[in-house]
Design a protein around this ligand. Structure first.
Ligand SMILES: Nc1nc2c(ncn2[C@@H]2O[C@H](COP(=O)(O)OP(=O)(O)OP(=O)(O)O)[C@@H](O)[C@H]2O)c(=O)[nH]1
Ligand SMILES: [Mg+2]
Length: 343
């Protein structure tokens, strides 16, 4: 799972990126896209590590990419670099904005830039399609012309492509364009610590189509140096319920329709991130391609059942909570799985 961080200049992108990944983006000044891995916070995973005391601990990780864009053309370069990003995290500067109106305007400014950038790609492609001699036009060119014409009209109304009513097949047929606005987006308003309530006015003004969360980047940066206990106390004193990072991850998971399952043992406890509704053999492929090919069965128990049954696989089995699932089994969030395969 990969998420591209976008935002206007100096909106706090690199600050948040560093908090999440530990990578100092500023030291790589000049690079247009800086990648970093963020560990997914998950209490269930920490508990499993406590129980198994494994040699190797492998929590789920998400790749974030910090983007440094300047000028109109750079959007095209970055579009290509980010073509594999599953979703976008749009950071809005709410800490220098004087009012919610300013904040809404800077949100809109970037959205418009992305819409314009998509529009230019479509114009170019349509121009080419319309110039094609009749005898070389293929049926898929005709259907693409149709879809792109609809998409152009939608963008011209200032709306992102993700709100255009397209079938999954149509979206798939457009994948090579790597459109910005077709991808799921999470909006994150970076607020001043004394003006956290500005998020409400922002939401009222913008009514964005995408899920939106308010965070306070500076508070988050200070948290990094504190123990877990002190973090909780500090957040409570600021009137903040929860640190931003877990909130962002949770939202990104639901936005991109991801879940995680676990593999456990004394050698390694590992969390895997897969799309929701994934069948067992495909989930096995996340571990190794051969596991999918040679898939026989999956031994599965729900995390909650494992804990309730006595915290060992044997006890879970005795309690009748360990299931043997076949190829059609759809993996659920929190499943603990051992794959049986034959290669
Ligand atoms: N007051 C305040 N300042 C912040 C916050 N987050 C970032 N800043 C400051 O804003 C400036 C820009 O932050 P960056 O994280 O570098 O922003 P950026 O979006 O990566 O900037 P560019 O990559 O240059 O476009 C820095 O001086 C930060 O210290 C915040 O939450 N509150
Ligand atoms: Mg930056």
């Amino acid at each position: 799972m990969e998420i591209g961080i976008l935002g206007l200049p100096s909106s706090g992108k690199s600050t948040l990126f560093e908090i999440m990944t530990g990578v100092k983006s500023a030291e790589k000044y000049g690079e247009k896209c800086v990648p970093g891995l963020a560990t997914v916070p998950d209490e269930r995973f920490s508990k499993l590590v406590d129980i198994f005391q494994p040699v190797k601990v492998s929590p789920a990780q998400i790749r974030f990419i910090d983007v440094n864009a300047q000028g109109k053309n750079s959007w095209d370069v970055i579009r290509q670099t980010l073509s594999s990003a599953d979703g976008l995290l749009h950071i809005v500067d709410g800490f220098t904005a004087k009012t919610a109106k300013d904040c809404a305007a800077s949100y809109r400014k970037l959205e418009d830039e992305l819409i314009l950038s998509d529009l230019m790609i479509i114009e170019k492609r349509l121009e080419k399609l319309l110039k094609m001699p009749k005898n070389v036009i293929k049926p898929q060119d005709i259907s693409q012309t149709d879809i792109l014409t609809r998409a152009r009209a939608h963008l011209e109304e200032g709306k992102p492509l993700r709100t255009l009513n397209l079938s999954d097949d149509q979206v798939f047929s457009l994948r090579s364009f790597s459109f910005w606005t077709i991808r799921p987006e999470l909006i994150c308003v970076n607020l001043r610590e004394d003006r956290l309530s500005m998020i409400d006015a922002f939401l009222e003004k913008v009514a964005p189509e995408a899920p939106t969360i308010g965070i306070c980047g500076l508070v988050e940066a200070e948290l990094a140096d504190l123990s877990l206990e002190d973090q909780k106390e500090y957040l409570a004193s600021m009137g903040i319920e929860e640190a931003a990072f877990p909130k962002i991850i949770r939202q990104a998971f639901s936005l991109l329709n991801r879940i995680s399952f676990f593999t456990v043992g004394q050698d390694e406890v590992k969390a895997w991130v897969i799309p929701a509704q994934t069948k067992a053999p495909k989930a096995a492929a996340a571990i190794h391609k051969d596991f999918e090919r040679g898939f026989i069965k999956a031994e599965v128990c729900a995390y909650e059942d494992f804990i309730a049954s006595g915290k060992t696989i044997a006890a879970t089995k005795s309690a009748g909570k360990l299931r043997l699932e076949g190829k059609e089994y759809i993996v659920k969030d929190g499943d603990i799985i051992t794959f049986r395969f034959n290669v």
